[in-house]
Design a binder for this molecule. Structure first.
Ligand code: FOL
Length: 216
């Protein structure tokens, strides 16, 4: 218990308006970008400083709001090879889903500790890697106010789509810089996610760009 759990926000947003959603789903279908999301949220870092060894019992967690859960095609949920935690205040929902929590602050109690794994309990058979916050807007807003939220993996989508939901912080704005958010280099991003990235990304005429921000 008392593990220092750091949170990483992962989000794709339009570059100008910060649009992230429309009518309960993603505003676009960018296959490569979705595959990036899946790879990055699945990959457990092999970090010598934290002594994480390659271990089939270790997996990352994805934390999401109930509307984001609803937006995931049923055939893809729970998101495979990741511990899914859904935030909802509705007991009808929380009783029906295996890992649910009523607030981001309470999520820690849903996540397995290394001690749980050592005991190999039936409920928590896995050891935790990274913890990702995957949306939507209200969960991002809450996460941005927590000091544990140290990284943002932002994909800038360089085309404006109709959106009714927006990311609550404009990274690169004065406000964001004053709260300590700084963009890291491409090399630091590659090292953070554990893969090499191409310079130009484009799919069906839509250009996009992978970015990493860190709170200093
Ligand atoms: N972050 C980024 N960078 N891109 C996103 O699309 C994104 N989406 C969400 C949160 N952060 C994001 C929330 N929305 C799936 C669907 C919607 C969704 C998140 C995930 C989903 O079905 N994912 C599958 C892959 C499906 C596929 O390959 O088409 C998964 O296994 O992750």
């Amino acid at each position: 218990p008392g593990q220092n759990i750091s949170l990483t926000i992962i989000v794709a947003a339009t570059a100008k308006e910060l649009g992230i959603g429309n009518a309960g789903s993603l505003p676009w279908r960018i296959k490569q970008e979705m595959q990036y999301f899946a790879r990055v949220t699945k990959r457990v870092p092999l970090d010598s400083s934290t002594h994480i060894k390659p271990d089939s019992t270790r997996c990352n967690a994805v934390i999401m709001g109930r509307k984001t859960w609803d937006s995931i095609p049923p055939k893809f949920r729970p998101l495979k090879d990741r511990l899914n935690v859904v935030l909802s205040r509705n007991s009808e929902f929380t009783n029906a889903q295996p890992a649910t929590s009523t607030s981001l602050a309470q999520v820690r109690s849903e996540l397995p500790t290394d001690e749980d794994a050592t005991r190999r309990t039936a409920t928590n058979p896995i050891r935790l890697g990274r913890v990702f916050v995957i949306g939507g807007a209200s969960v991002y807003h809450t996460a941005l106010q927590l000091p544990q939220t140290k990284h943002i993996l932002l994909t800038k989508v360089h085309k404006e789509f109709d959106c009714d939901t927006h990311f609550p912080l404009n990274l690169g704005s004065r406000e964001a810089i004053e709260s300590g958010w700084l963009q890291k280099s491409k090399g630091e991003l590659e090292s953070f996610i554990g893969e090499d990235l191409p310079d130009v990304l484009e799919e069906e005429g839509v250009k996009f760009e992978y970015c990493l921000y860190e709170r200093g």
